[in-house]
Design a protein around this ligand. Structure first.
Ligand SMILES: [Mg+2]
Length: 241
């Protein structure tokens, strides 16, 4: 079988992620509606999301950004209601936001079997993940997947086409035998299509609005969509037959 380079995204592709954020955001919205009872949970969540996404555009996917979006939303609602900003509440919300980075991550079903099969088929596996080094390495260690990726692990704070392009240059990849597998249209699929490599899209159980974009790339290859991670080896196998 012709050896392929397969780049995997981590969060919500190999292991769950959004569900942990959603749990903590829910707790945040509950707390906030108890403090600001004229607003709904949806209004609070919408503001938090808006602040969070704006911060990514500016600072990338650093972990600290997320707890600060809780603080920013609290400050916003203090301003619109003319209330005093309390230091103890800011501290409470910041700590709440950081809790998401302490939740142990669980693998997506059949994660180990999928990686094992691709490895046994002789393919070279890479990890291409967005976030900061400490948090992503924590998850890689918890999942015990370094054995599949060894030194082929790339962590980007700005996970975009430039980041993918740099990786492809570093590994000197032939686009015809190179794949990107991920749940994010924005940060996995569109960059892959822009770099003319193969792409496999696996929608997540719940998706973060940041990841959802229209695929508006000129003359791109067709990309594959599958419903589960375990279908990935067959897609690759069938394509190269
Ligand atoms: Mg992802």
């Amino acid at each position: 079988m012709q050896k392929q380079n397969v780049l995997f995204n981590l969060d919500d592709t190999l292991s769950y992620c959004n569900r942990y954020f959603n749990e903590v955001i829910d707790e945040f919205a509950n707390t906030m509606t108890s403090w600001f009872d004229t607003f709904t949970k949806e209004e609070i969540k919408e503001k938090q999301l808006q602040i969070d996404i704006k911060a990514i555009e500016k600072h990338g996917l650093k972990s600290e950004r997320f707890p600060e979006s809780f603080v920013g939303a609290y400050q916003y609602f203090c301003d619109v209601t003319g209330r005093e900003k309390k230091e103890d509440k800011i501290k409470y919300l910041r700590n709440l936001g950081f809790k998401v980075f302490e939740i142990p991550v669980e693998p997506i079903p059949k994660m180990y079997e999928t990686l094992e099969r691709l490895k046994n088929d002789g393919h070279e596996l890479y990890l291409h993940t967005g976030g900061d080094e400490a948090n992503q390495h924590r998850k890689i260690a918890q999942l015990e997947i370094a054995t599949y990726f060894e030194h082929r692990i790339f962590i980007s704070e700005h996970k975009d086409t430039t980041a993918l392009s740099d990786i492809l240059k570093t590994i000197d990849a032939d686009p015809n035998v190179t794949w990107m597998v991920g749940n994010s249209l924005r940060t996995d699929i569109v960059p892959a299509l822009e770099k003319n490599i193969h792409a496999i899209y696996i929608p997540a159980e719940t998706e973060w609005k940041y990841n959802m974009v229209d695929v508006d790339v000129e003359d791109h290859h067709e990309f594959f969509t599958v419903q589960s991670l375990e279908e990935v080896p067959d897609v690759i196998y069938n394509h190269i037959q």
